[in-house]
Write a protein that binds this ligand. Structure first.
Ligand SMILES: Cc1ncc(C[n+]2csc(CCOP(=O)(O)OP(=O)(O)O)c2C)c(N)n1
Length: 373
């Protein structure tokens, strides 16, 4: 692949570059290539939860997996990139998109590499579009003469901040048994090779983003886009039918109720490798984090819409197995039972929306203070 003069000079002259890998089912060649590029350019890799690029912290030291939390805590405000090199579609974190757009609006280069003719760019930020194979791009870009020394401080700062977020989230998870992020981290740690985790939209995909860890040798999939919370269970059923691997669907209660008709098909097909983990916070709690909260009671009635429905009764109506997890400590055993036990089960994790929101805010406050000191 021939790189244009503009792309070459942006890559060589940059002193504050960032690689962003968005949702993207990348295979081992691209994983290796993007990590090699990061090493030769001393640019951090900000990895989306659906990028396939995240691994448990420590094994890939240039990966920044806590980007969204760092942005919430205001810790990336002083890290102004002069170059973004981006692969895949738009990341889950809209804060990340806003961050690169705001920073590059005053100059800098945004290289986007895609060989499928796609342009994922809501904010019109791309300055250099490379229509070519991302693996070849990484190889060619890595071969350029990069001024390594001047970039090491930049990379180190990103690594320090990511490690700080990881320590803080781990501390909060240990301190609170009633925090959904802790539950999701436990879930990811429990699952492993030979597992496909499907993230529901709404809070589940955002929790996976904030969890900051990936499935080692496993796959995380998500249905992003206009379909919203439609057909998430049907999607998981389709995936389970196409693989012999264990499939785990992490889904919110309203999303599950929205696709309740698919439970009949789940029962009919008697699939043995699908487990639905329902985070039951009694309503669409994402709306408690959005500006509609200004509507007070109306927001509760029209958007959050608590339903108080009984998932045990629902499972039984469809002849499916149900298990309630009310303590985080019992999640591990419940997961093992669900995976090794009878076909398709609904594992309901009942959570407290108020506790969850309080812990989320506490985590970001702690991170903000720790990062500022
Ligand atoms: C088909 C469709 N209808 C409506 C919406 C709007 N919507 C977004 S999130 C959400 C609530 C989801 O609630 P739940 O699955 O319980 O997840 P939580 O927000 O609690 O994480 C709704 C109704 C949508 N995204 N897609």
């Amino acid at each position: 692949m021939d790189l244009s003069d503009e792309v070459r000079s942006a890559l060589v002259q940059s002193s504050r570059g960032v690689i962003v890998v968005g949702p993207n089912r990348i295979g081992p060649p691209m994983l290796d290539a993007v990590h090699a590029l990061s090493v030769s350019t001393a640019m951090p890799i900000v990895a989306d939860p659906l990028s396939g690029c995240r691994f448990p912290v420590g094994t890939r030291c240039n990966v920044v997996s806590h980007g969204d939390a760092l942005l919430q805590a205001g810790l990336l405000e002083n890290l102004r990139p002069d170059l973004i090199v981006r692969f895949g579609s738009l990341p889950v974190s809209t804060r990340l998109i806003a961050w690169w757009s705001a920073n590059l609006s005053t100059g800098g280069t945004h290289i986007y590499v895609n060989n499928a003719g796609e342009v994922h760019d809501d904010t019109n930020a791309i300055t250099e579009y490379v229509a070519g194979d991302p693996v070849s791009f990484c190889h060619e870009a890595g071969k350029l003469q990069h001024p390594e020394v001047s970039r090491q401080g930049w990379l180190s700062r990103w690594q320090e901040l990511n490690a700080l977020a990881e320590r803080t989230v781990r501390m909060c998870s240990a301190a609170s048994p009633r925090w959904d992020l802790g539950t999701v981290r436990t879930l990811i740690e429990r699952l492993g090779a030979n597992t496909i985790l499907i993230a529901g939209n709404s809070l589940p995909i955002r929790l996976l983003d904030s969890a900051g860890i990936g499935l080692r040798d496993g796959v995380i999939l998500g249905n992003r886009g206009a379909s919203g919370i439609d057909g998430l269970l049907a999607t998981a059923l389709g995936v389970a039918g196409a693989t012999s691997k264990q499939v785990v669907l992490l889904i919110g209660d309203v999303s599950m109720l929205h696709d309740v008709g698919s439970l009949a098909e789940v029962r009919r097909q008697n699939v043995a490798n699908l487990c639905c983990v329902v985070l039951n916070n009694d309503g669409g709690r994402i709306f408690e984090r959005l500006p509609v909260t200004d509507l007070a009671d109306l927001a509760e009635q029209l958007f959050v819409a608590p339903h108080g429905l009984d998932f045990a009764g629902l499972a039984s109506a469809f002849g499916l197995d149900h298990r309630l997890v009310s303590e985080l400590s019992s999640l591990d055993v419940a997961l093992s039972d669900a995976m090794d036990g009878p076909p398709t089960s609904i594992l309901e994790v009942r959570t407290s929306a108020a506790d969850d929101l309080a812990w989320e805010r506490h985590y970001i406050d702690l991170l903000r203070h720790a990062g500022a000191s």
